[in-house]
Design a binder for this molecule. Sequence first.
Ligand SMILES: Nc1nc2c(ncn2[C@@H]2O[C@H](COP(=O)(O)OP(=O)(O)OP(=O)(O)O)[C@@H](O)[C@H]2O)c(=O)[nH]1
Ligand SMILES: [Mg+2]
Length: 251
Amino acid sequence: MTQALRTVVVVPTYEEAENIAEMLPALLNSPIAPDVLVVDDSSPDGTGGIVLEIAERYDEGRVRLLTRAGKEGLGAAYRAGFARALEIAPFGADQYDLVVQMDADGSHPISALPAMLAAVQGGADLVLGARYVPGGALDDAWPWYRKALSKGANVYARTLLRAPVADLTGGFKMWTVPLLASLPLSRLTATGYAFQIQTTLAALERGATVAEVPIRFAERTRGASKMSSAIIGEAMTSVLKMRRNGSTGAR
Ligand SMILES: Nc1nc2c(ncn2[C@@H]2O[C@H](COP(=O)(O)OP(=O)(O)OP(=O)(O)O)[C@@H](O)[C@H]2O)c(=O)[nH]1
Ligand SMILES: [Mg+2]
């Protein structure tokens, strides 16, 4: 590909004030020079205000904020964020070429973005930042049982859904716009991280070429985890439903 691919990174936030302040400049300065769309569920800690302050320091359109009325979960934030990212036409009538999804808590390495872009240039429609491939890793500081739980959840989903990817449960992904636009987003209704499984499954159902780039996943050092037993429960039962009914059958 000769022309630079224009990229927007969608970052969902809930109470990530400190993390987003550190992440945004690093992301904007990445060699792939993406624009950023933060999807904030009116975080009480003022995350949205910090995003707007940072946006003023950069060119128009490099940082956008989508504010939602209240906390509705990761899935809802991404459905809204993807829909907005596909609407934005930052270059005259042109859309972005690529949409990246990424957590705000520092778990997903910004340094992996150039390799993910290279995988798209090599023909991938979807690139997963993957922990369970050679060169990938979970946080060294995690105790063995936490690693086992994370790996076990991934094997469970991957095996039941017969998905030919190593990391089905991760949340760091680079989408080509035609593929993302082909997803039936309003019918991918998971609330929590089951949404990650659902969207990759939907891509596989469409015959997409999926590539995996190794990442070292880093544990958040600031702010609180939003993971809950309800979210884990949803993920487990929705995998069973998706096994019967496909990606849109997780209700
Ligand atoms: N807009 C929005 N963002 C959310 C919501 N829940 C989580 N996030 C964001 O989504 C990203 C990933 O969050 P989770 O994986 O749910 O939780 P986490 O705190 O990262 O969990 P661990 O890191 O696994 O402990 C972070 O940037 C969160 O701020 C939500 O309800 N709304
Ligand atoms: Mg996290």
